[in-house]
Every structure is written in structure tokens, then in C-alpha cells.
Ligand binder design. Structure first.
Ligand code: ADP
Ligand code: MG
Length: 288
């Protein structure tokens, strides 16, 4: 039977916007060893803004942005939303076909007779596009039309106001490892890891490579220690399911993520995890 105090703990947590789906997760929060964060929408706001347009060849800036907007018009990814916002106009979706979102890479769509690709360097390499790497700091969306490189769009995201203090407080609370996993490029991943004081970072990961990293981290922790993964749920439901404690950020998170998660942080603040640990510890003192 479940001691009554656990219900008190779950209730106290829910009043603070932390939904805990079972008393076993409160117990696990007491033994947290490793906390793994997804980047976009979790440690960063996930609100991107286009900061640079670098067309290639004959392409104009306007054309570059329009091609990208066509490709991104069906996507819900934060990157897609920033491109649609910068474009500003309406895209005639009826003129588009064979839309495909390639997880961890980007988008492919056919418009009239042109095949448009918009995504990261991995997508360009996979499709054998002869493209030019962009050296600006930021997340890059490379665009190709009918196999010809059309240019790069640089977009910037912002670190959440409380991410840095969340990492410091997790360390104070006894968490041994704080890790960030991202599909984004190494340069931006390392800049963020330094700024936040994370103990480890892995970049350019596909969704299933995030699962593999979590498995490695899981093997390398002490037997009693627990591993939590915190994500926004865009592409990361499998990782949420794999962790001892899968934690979803509720505000941006998809329904699938909230379903797959063991704990839901309703307000998207990383410091909510620190509060959850404090509640778990207090509950333990009452129960045992
Ligand atoms: P993160 O690991 O930062 O949460 P994702 O796993 O959602 O990011 O995506 C990984 C990478 O794949 C992104 O950084 C981006 O380069 C590329 N990507 C994913 N979706 C899109 C899209 N709709 N348009 C362009 N690029 C995309
Ligand atoms: Mg993500």
C-alpha cells in the first residue's frame, strides 16, 4: 500500500504546477544523480528569430526566405515558426505536395516543379547538396532548390532566464551530472553549456541518438542513482519514456510528451525541477 504522505506530496507539487504521476517518481526524485536536458524549448526559450539571410548564387534574400517559408509552412517546430514570422506573408499550401518532415534534419516539399529542402548541414550532406557552411553563431537553416544550394538563414534562440540558476541549484541539491543533448550544431551547444555551467554536452544528435546517450549515462551512474530527462516533447517522446523520470515542460510540450512523461512542469521553468526535488525531500521526511 502507498503511505498517505505521498499523496500529500503529490498534492503539494500539483499546487505549484508540478504534476507527478505516481509516488514512485517522488521517491526517485530523492535519489536524482543525473539530469539530462534537451536544449530547444527546455533550457532555451524555443522562440527563434531570424537574424541573417545569406542567399547564394542568383537567389535574392526575398526568394531565400520564400523558399524556406514554403518548406516550413506545415511544420510546428520552433524553427519553422520563426521563419514563417520573418516571411510574414501567406503561403498557398494547395500548391505544395509530398511534404516530409525529416526528424533531426529538416523539411522536404515539392512546390510547382521544384523540390525544396530546408534544414541543417546534415540534411544538405544527406541529399548531396554542394553547399557553403555559414560561420555566424546561431542555428542555421540551409535551403536548396532542385538540388542547387540557395543560401543559409541564421536564427537565434535565447537561454531562459532561470536556466543558469536551475543548473547551479541542482548541483547544490546533490545532482552529480547535468547534461544537455541537442540536434543543433556543436558551436551553439558549447556556447550554451559554458554559459550555464553544464557538466556535459552532446550535439548534432538525431532523436534515437539521444536515446543512446541516455542509455550510456544510465549505465555510468551509481546503482541507486536515478536519471531524469527533461524535454519539451518535440521529437523527444522516446527519450522521455527511456529515462527513470521523464519530465515534460507543459507549456510548449505536445500532448504526446505529456502522455509519455512521468512528471509535467506546467510553467516551463527549469527551476521547477529544483522545487520538485525539495517537495520530494520534504515528503520523504514525513513518510519515513
Ligand atoms: P533540439 O535537439 O535542439 O531540441 P530538434 O531535435 O528538434 O532540436 O532538431 C534538431 C535539429 O534538426 C535542429 O537544430 C535543426 O537543425 C533541424 N531541424 C529540425 N526540424 C527542423 C525544421 N522544421 N526546419 C529546419 N530545421 C529543422
Ligand atoms: Mg527538441
Amino acid at each position: 500500500s502507498i503511505p498517505l504522505g505521498f499523496f500529500g506530496g503529490i498534492g503539494a507539487a500539483s499546487k505549484r504546477g508540478i504534476l507527478v504521476k505516481g509516488s514512485n517518481y517522488l521517491e526517485a526524485l530523492n535519489n536524482l544523480d543525473t539530469v539530462v536536458f534537451d536544449k530547444t524549448g527546455t533550457l532555451t526559450k524555443g522562440v527563434f528569430e531570424v537574424t541573417g539571410l545569406y542567399p547564394a548564387g542568383e537567389t535574392t534574400k526575398e526568394q531565400l526566405l520564400e523558399y524556406a517559408a514554403k518548406a516550413e509552412s506545415f511544420s510546428n517546430h520552433p524553427i519553422a515558426r520563426s521563419i514563417m514570422k520573418a516571411y510574414g506573408g501567406e503561403i498557398e499550401k494547395e500548391a505544395l505536395r509530398d511534404y516530409e518532415e525529416i526528424s533531426g534534419h529538416g523539411i522536404r516539399v515539392t512546390s510547382d516543379e521544384s523540390v525544396i529542402l530546408a534544414g541543417n548541414d546534415k540534411l544538405m550532406k544527406r541529399e548531396n547538396i554542394d553547399f557553403q557552411q555559414n560561420d555566424e553563431i546561431g542555428t542555421k537553416v540551409y535551403v536548396a532548390v532542385n538540388g542547387i544550394f540557395a543560401g543559409a538563414i541564421v536564427i537565434a534562440d535565447e537561454i531562459k532566464a532561470d536556466s543558469r540558476s536551475a543548473i547551479a541549484r541542482l548541483k547544490d541539491a546533490g545532482v552529480r551530472k547535468t547534461v544537455m543533448l541537442t540536434g543543433d550544431n556543436v558551436q551553439i551547444a558549447e556556447a550554451i553549456a559554458n554559459e550555464l555551467g553544464l557538466s556535459e554536452v552532446h550535439a548534432q544528435l538525431l532523436p534515437d541518438q539521444k536515446v543512446e546517450q541516455v542509455e550510456i549515462l544510465d549505465k555510468n551512474k551509481p546503482a541507486k542513482g536515478k536519471l531524469a530527462f527533461v524535454g519539451d516533447g518535440i521529437n523527444d517522446a522516446p527519450v522521455l519514456a527511456r529515462a527513470d523520470i521523464g519530465i515534460a515542460m507543459g507549456g510548449l510540450g505536445s500532448d504526446a510528451a505529456i502522455e509519455a512523461a512521468d512528471v509535467v512542469l506546467m510553467t516551463d521553468e527549469p527551476t521547477k525541477l529544483v522545487e520538485a526535488i525539495a517537495i520530494a525531500r520534504k515528503t520523504k521526511r514525513i513518510v519515513w
